[in-house]
Design a binder for this molecule. Sequence first.
Ligand SMILES: *[C@@H]1O[C@H](CO)[C@@H](O)[C@H](O)[C@H]1NC(C)=O
Ligand SMILES: *[C@@H]1O[C@H](CO)[C@@H](O)[C@H](O)[C@H]1NC(C)=O
Ligand SMILES: *[C@@H]1O[C@H](CO)[C@@H](O)[C@H](O)[C@H]1NC(C)=O
Ligand SMILES: *[C@@H]1O[C@H](CO)[C@@H](O)[C@H](O)[C@H]1NC(C)=O
Length: 180
Amino acid sequence: MRSDALVLLICDPSVVYKMKNIECTTVPGYSANASCYLKALNWNKAVAQMDVDLVKPLYNISVRIQLFKRDYSNKFQPFLIDVTVNVCDLFSRRSFMAYGLIVLKVTKRFSNFNHSCPYDGHLFARDAYLDESFIPNFWPLGLYKINISIMENYLRPPNGNVGVIVWYVQSMEPIKRKKN
Ligand SMILES: *[C@@H]1O[C@H](CO)[C@@H](O)[C@H](O)[C@H]1NC(C)=O
Ligand SMILES: *[C@@H]1O[C@H](CO)[C@@H](O)[C@H](O)[C@H]1NC(C)=O
Ligand SMILES: *[C@@H]1O[C@H](CO)[C@@H](O)[C@H](O)[C@H]1NC(C)=O
Ligand SMILES: *[C@@H]1O[C@H](CO)[C@@H](O)[C@H](O)[C@H]1NC(C)=O
């Protein structure tokens, strides 16, 4: 075997996570003007464009990330991840949780959600996707729903749900173009 062929074989991802759908929900008094959509790049990859305006500054943001996997009866069941991460601690580097670091990597790379608190005004993400290298363990093949709830002052009243982002992601074997 030629060595370049070997390298290709090793680098070829066995599983890709393709975004299938995205939904954004705003909460009156906290967020407005949400726009979320996907752009398909090829058979294996779609990227998300997200925009939202904050109605007032947020000083103590937490994000709850829940993962669901679709079962054989087409219902989404909780799967593996249900974590709440304080984003303000994260960006001021007080927190080093594994899933917190994933959130940090994804948001830093794709959005203007990449500085210390508070947050105000227009937030956006461009060309966002779930990079396989962000995920510590492979998710079995199937359809997943990622529910990202954004909260202000979680655990300490007055608290508020600021908005919800839902991503649908297909864990699948990459579709390869056949030669000839
Ligand atoms: C939402 O968009 C409208 C129209 O562009 C703008 O007037 C309004 O200020 C925006 N809302 C917020 C909270 O920024
Ligand atoms: C944050 O995101 C904005 C917009 O993408 C970018 O211009 C800026 O350089 C980023 N800042 C950091 C610290 O990564
Ligand atoms: C997402 O999670 C929040 C908080 O647990 C819940 O209120 C909401 O209904 C969920 N949204 C979806 C679409 O599952
Ligand atoms: C910020 O939120 C955290 C929970 O994520 C809470 O423990 C803390 O008391 C809050 N801080 C303030 C100043 O409200």
